[in-house]
Design a protein around this ligand. Structure first.
Ligand SMILES: Nc1ncnc2c1ncn2[C@@H]1O[C@H](COP(=O)(O)OP(=O)(O)OP(=O)(O)O)[C@@H](O)[C@H]1O
Length: 276
């Protein structure tokens, strides 16, 4: 395992505290700036994988290197600083309901600010333009001063994403970031995550339910099923047979933004490779 990978997992396994195995022998290596979508049926282990990648959960087997460090060997202060270089996007962002949108977005940089600046920003938002610009990218600039508990689930998801765009981390880990968005907004939002990675050089890993979104926006797809990597391939090489095998437990349907569709009647604008 060398230091230059943005993320390296080697033979990683995870058994949850209740004995449930979530991951087995997962080996993945991402170069800095790489963009990877993790796809797979429900329960495949996508969330578990991202939590391990973000040093939120410790693997029970194997080795993990994150931005050149081995997170679980760091003292608490260094682990905190490492986590501040990672942007986590959750399906349901853990944002206190009474917080204003602007404060939630500015919180993206709390880990990098001094204690005094962080406290001052909580009392009096310091970078209104910066927060507004991040929200505008997700078509939410008009909700800047709203309270988060006045937002819909999809709006809240976009606030969580704006927070990470504002944070500008080196590694973005997005766990089903667009599950509550309509197809047009989902496309916009995933496009903005990809643009952020292109513009800043950030490495991006996103778990996605919608196969068409993954194929459209990502260079590389990792298919996960029952805790194991079924394939790890450039998007252009992901074939219908590979997807069929990955989603075999879900019948003949592939999950997409436009709704499930039968593999046999594949008419969606998927890259040519996926229609083979
Ligand atoms: N905290 C937990 N305790 C025990 N088992 C868990 C826990 N979290 C997840 N699991 C189990 O680990 C396996 C993988 O779950 P995980 O949430 O990682 O899958 P997923 O691919 O993200 O699923 P989904 O697409 O439905 O969100 C599942 O069998 C799940 O039941």
């Amino acid at each position: 395992m060398t230091a230059e990978a943005a993320l390296a997992l080697e033979d990683v396994g995870l058994v949850h505290a209740n004995g449930q195995r979530a991951l087995q022998d997962v080996t993945l290596r991402l170069a800095p700036g790489e963009r990877v979508a993790v796809i797979g049926p429900s329960g495949a282990g996508k969330t578990s994988l991202l939590r391990i990648a973000g040093a939120g959960l410790r693997a029970t087997e194997g080795r993990v290197a994150l931005l050149g460090a081995q997170p679980w060997q760091l003292p608490a202060g260094q682990l905190r600083r490492l986590r501040a270089r990672i942007g986590l996007i959750h399906q349901s962002p853990p944002i206190p309901p009474r917080l204003r949108v602007i404060t939630a977005v500015l919180a993206g940089r709390l880990g990098r600010w001094s204690g005094a600046r962080a406290l001052a920003s909580l009392l009096m938002p310091s970078d209104v333009a910066g927060a507004q610009a991040a929200l505008a990218r997700l078509d939410l600039a008009d909700r800047l001063f709203d309270r988060c508990d006045r937002l819909s689930g999809g709006q809240l998801q976009r606030v969580g994403m704006a927070r990470v765009l504002y944070q500008a981390p080196e590694l973005i880990l997005a766990d089903e970031p667009v599950s509550a968005l309509d197809p047009a907004l989902a496309d916009l939002a995933v496009g903005e995550l990809v643009a952020q990675s292109r513009d800043t050089g950030a490495t991006l890993v996103a778990s996605l339910h919608a196969v068409d979104l993954a194929l459209k926006w990502f260079d590389r797809l990792v298919g996960l099923r029952a805790g194991s990597v079924v394939f790890d391939a450039p998007a252009a090489e992901v074939s219908r047979a590979m997807l069929q095998e990955l989603y075999a437990t879900e019948g003949s349907q592939l999950p997409t933004q436009a709704g499930s569709f039968a593999l046999d009647g594949l008419r969606l604008p998927l890259p040519a490779a996926a229609c083979r």
